[in-house]
Design a protein around this ligand. Sequence first.
Ligand code: F6P
Length: 359
Amino acid sequence: MRIAISTGGGDAPGLNAVIRAAVLSARTRGWDVLGIKRGFSGLLGEDEIVPLTTDSVRGIAGQGGTIIKTTNRGSPFAYPIQQPDGTWKNVDRSDELVENARNLGIEAIISIGGDGSLKIAQQLQEKGVRVVSVPKTIDNDVAGTITTFGFDTAVNTAMEAIDKLHTTAESHDRVMVLEVMGREAGFIALHAGVAGTADVILIPEIEWEIDKVCEKIMARDASGKRFSIVVVAEGSKPKGGHESIIGESLPGQDRRLGGIAERLGYDIQRLTGKETRSMVLGHLQRGGSPTGYDRLLATRFGAAAVQAVADKKWGHMVALQSPHLVTIPIEEVLRETKRVDPKHDVVQTARMIGISFGD
Ligand code: F6P
C-alpha cells in the first residue's frame, strides 16, 4: 500500500505530531508514505513529493509548523495561475492532480486541514480519489469533533498573554484590549478569556454594544479596580458599528486605525476617558510547540487516520466524540457550522463570575 499525506490551510501546533503518528503507524503496517508539499501543490508539479520514513519524522512531535509545509492558496479546483498580462486566474487542475497521483502509485491520501481542505477532500473523493481527512484548526470551528489539535495550544498562548497584560494594566490603571484569532468563531476568546480571567469577552456569537462594555469598565473603576482586560475575537463587531472610523489617527499619534482591537480601544478611551492600549496577538497563536493535550490528540488522530485507510473509510474524517475517536462522513461535517453556543456552560460560567459579554 502507498499513501500520501498533505497539510493545507493555516498551520496549527500539532500538525507534525499527526504526520509522525500517521507515518509510524503506516510503516508498522509495511506501507510506503509520501509527503505532498504545500497542500496539494506538490501533486501539481510545482513542488516536490517527498518520501516520509521513520527517520524523517524522528523528534518532530513537539515541533510547531509542518515539515511538509502548507498553503492557504492552491485548491486543485481553483488553482491560481499567473496570466501573461500579470493578472491571476483560477484554473481547475484537478484532472492533472488525479493523474499525477495515479502515476505515483498513491492509493489513498490523508488530508490534514480545516474547512477549505475538507471541501477539497470531498471534491477529490467525488472524482474517485480515496481520501481520509484529519480536522485541523486553532479556531475550533470544524463541526463533528468536540475539538481539534492546535486549539488548546492557541488558548494557552492567549491565556499567557492575558496574564501578562494584567500586571501592566494594573500598574498603569489602564484598559488593555487583546484581539485573538478565531475567524467567525469566538472559541479562543471565550476559553482564553475565562481561563485568563478577563473582565470583558467579545465574540461574534453574542451581539454586544460599546456602551455596555464601557459600563462594565466604569463599574470596575467605581469599585476601586481601576484597570480592565477586554478580550475580543477577530470576527466580532459591535451592534451598530464602531464610533471610530478606519483610517482615523489615534489621539496624539500619526498611526491610522486598523483592525477591531485598535478601533475598540479608541472607542473605549473616547467614551470612558480611561487610558487604553490595544494589541493583536496574531500568529503567535499559531506558532510554537503544541501542548501535551494537543500532541496526544494529534497523535491519536494520525494513527486513527491510518486505521481509517485500512478500514476503507473513504470520504470520512476522524473526530473526537469524547471519550472515543470516531470517523464521520466529510459531507456531514461540511453541512454543519460550528460556533460558540451562547447557552453553553462556559458562557454561563463566565457570566456567573461577573465577566461581561457586552450584551
Ligand atoms: O483559521 C486559522 C486562522 O489562524 C484564523 O484564526 C485567522 O483568521 C487566519 O487563520 C489567518 O490566516 P493567514 O494569516 O494564514 O492568512
